[in-house]
Ligand binder design. Structure first.
Ligand SMILES: NC(=O)c1ccc[n+]([C@@H]2O[C@H](COP(=O)([O-])OP(=O)(O)OC[C@H]3O[C@@H](n4cnc5c(N)ncnc54)[C@H](OP(=O)(O)O)[C@@H]3O)[C@@H](O)[C@H]2O)c1
Length: 355
């Protein structure tokens, strides 16, 4: 990935436009723009695009009691070495928890996964075929509800039976929340190299207690409990997006203050970088004057419709989850139209982004 990004920057000669090692400490709305403070300097810009992502501030569970062993969040994980020969409890069942539990299992004395809710877990491939090959651009024209039902048998086939893994069956529709993509977890669970416990409810020195009142002796905890979204350099009136609530027009434009855009506040099933690219191009078209934004009322209406679609199709805890390819198509089509008709509004500007 790093190599790809480096080559992208060189190919499009972007390096000269980037100020490396420059931490933005505040962004304040001013008459006609934004005042940015970075490295002690203040500069005025006509707009800002916040592209700091949503995976930088680790989220920890609020567990009573005290744990005396080694503790780490997946955010700070680099190698499995600190977990060697230890009894490890991994909290969470997202991609990070699953992938790292497998890596740690190769060196630890024992690994137990403690998840508070069930997840759909799938390997990357069905036989030799990457599963996301079934998620195609043309297929994304079929309504999400139908597509996800059609994917269930494929996912079941790829994952194999859950019996003997110790995992509970998912209690939600496929795709309601992020899918846990992991090649080795189910195999290691079936082979008992990793076991599953009920959710952890208490810490107790050299052990943790799960919701079934079972005491699990352990000397290391890995928190794979995800992240919270935080944009600390923005003032409160910017109403920055949170995991649960992100009222952004087309997932990009702030409704709180003018000239404030976001790129990369997206959760979806599959690769996120194409979504970010679509967002970046769309924002560039707005900033270049190709695409005219609708009125604040129309944007608010569209954001409300997006929220209604999201509540119907996904777990309401996810405030910026999208039907990935349909979302990309919507932004790309508005971008294309705006380049053919510079200065125009999108045709269905006030409608939901993904209908
Ligand atoms: N291989 C890959 O492509 C890969 C690898 C790693 C990460 N990622 C991506 O990176 C992003 C972050 O992934 P992530 O796995 O770090 O985080 P995540 O997807 O947010 O998963 C967090 C996990 O922790 C659980 N959790 C959260 N708060 C908890 C609490 N208070 N007590 C107990 N459990 C709690 C969640 O349970 P609930 O389900 O109940 O909320 C979920 O199982 C995702 O977009 C992911 O797709 C991708």
């Amino acid at each position: 990935m790093v190599d790809y990004l480096e080559r992208f920057v060189d190919r499009f000669d972007l390096r000269r436009l980037i100020r490396f090692r420059t931490r933005v400490t505040s962004a304040i709305p001013r008459e006609g723009g934004w005042e940015i403070e970075a490295g002690g300097n203040h500069e005025l810009f006509s707009a800002i695009v916040v592209a700091t992502g949503f995976n930088s501030v680790p989220r920890y569970p609020d567990l009573p009691g005290q744990f005396d062993g080694f503790q780490l969040h997946t955010h700070d994980y680099r190698t499995p070495d600190p977990f060697a020969a230890r009894d490890v409890v991994v909290v969470g069942l997202g991609c990070s928890a699953a992938e790292l539990a497998c890596e740690i299992a190769s060196v630890a004395k024992s690994v137990t996964i403690a998840a508070r809710s069930a997840s759909w877990i799938v390997p990357r491939r069905l036989g030799p075929v990457p599963l996301d090959w079934f998620d195609t651009r043309s297929g994304s024209r079929i309504p999400f509800g139908i597509r996800r039902r059609a994917m269930v048998p494929l996912f079941r086939l790829a994952a194999g039976p859950l019996k003997r893994t110790g995992l509970p069956r998912p209690d939600h529709r496929l795709g309601d929340k992020p899918i846990t993509v992991c090649d080795d977890l189910l195999r290691l669970l079936r082979g008992r190299q990793i076991t599953v416990s009920a959710p952890i409810v208490r810490l107790g020195g050299d052990r943790v207690v799960d919701a079934a009142s079972r005491e699990i002796k352990c000397d290391a905890l890995l928190f794979g409990t995800g992240y919270r979204t935080a944009v600390e350099f923005l003032p409160p009136e910017a109403d920055p997006p949170s995991n649960e609530r992100a009222p952004l027009y087309r997932g990009v434009v702030s409704q709180a203050l003018p000239g404030l855009f976001y790129v990369g506040i997206v959760v979806a099933h599959g690769a996120l970088i194409p979504m970010m690219e679509a967002q970046a191009n769309w924002a560039a078209d707005v900033l270049a004057g190709n695409l005219a934004l609708p009125s604040p009322d129309e944007m608010r209406r569209s954001v409300e419709l997006d929220g209604a679609v999201r509540r119907r199709q996904f777990d309401p805890r996810f405030g910026f989850i999208w039907d990935r390819l349909a979302y990309c198509r919507a932004l790309e089509s508005e971008s294309r139209h705006s380049r053919r008709h510079p200065g125009s509004r999108a045709v269905r500007a006030a409608a939901a982004t993904v209908g």
